[in-house]
Design a protein around this ligand. Structure first.
Ligand code: 5GP
Ligand code: ZN
Length: 139
């Protein structure tokens, strides 16, 4: 993808597409999601185009995420919600529609319409240790 021309979030970063920005610094910007799951649903994105989290450098990720606690507190205080979910989708299989990294900050309130299908499973004997070892090898 030509990041500048074709990526809607790069165009928001560049100021070519309007957005209700709430935060703007050298690492990233945050703005209200145009299709909110709940009022105040906010997106935090890096300035530099990266399609998924795996495409970001540690430095860029650290710079972006240092804003997350402060942003989460501000969304919670401004909306009066009881809690927030932070979601970040990578790849269309994971529900990513916009191919520019973004963290969703979603206000949660009693009785809201947002539900997870969280099919918690169980490991067969030894499998959890195998997987932990495999992941450690790849770090
Ligand atoms: P994803 O499914 O990729 O994790 O989420 C993409 C999010 O971006 C959606 O929640 C969608 O409403 C939001 N979005 C897509 N296009 C725009 C836009 O042009 N402006 C804003 N503010 N949000 C957008
Ligand atoms: Zn982009």
């Amino acid at each position: 993808m030509n990041a500048d021309q074709e990526c809607i979030f790069c165009r928001i970063v560049a100021g070519e597409v309007p957005a209700d920005k709430v935060l703007d610094d050298e690492a990233g910007i945050a703005f209200l999601d145009i299709g909110p799951v709940a009022e105040g649903h906010t997106l935090l994105i890096p300035r530099k185009h990266a399609e998924t989290l795996a495409d970001m450098s540690e430095e860029d990720a650290a710079g972006l995420l240092r804003n997350l606690p402060r942003l989460g507190r501000a969304v919670q205080s401004a909306t009066g919600c009881e809690g927030v979910n932070v979601l970040q989708n990578n790849g269309s299989i994971a529900g990513q529609l916009v191919p520019h990294v973004h963290f969703h900050i979603i206000p949660r309130s009693p009785g809201d319409e947002f539900h997870f299908n969280w099919p918690a499973g169980a490991y067969t004997e030894g499998r959890i240790d195998e997987l932990a070892a495999a992941i450690r090898e790849h770090l």
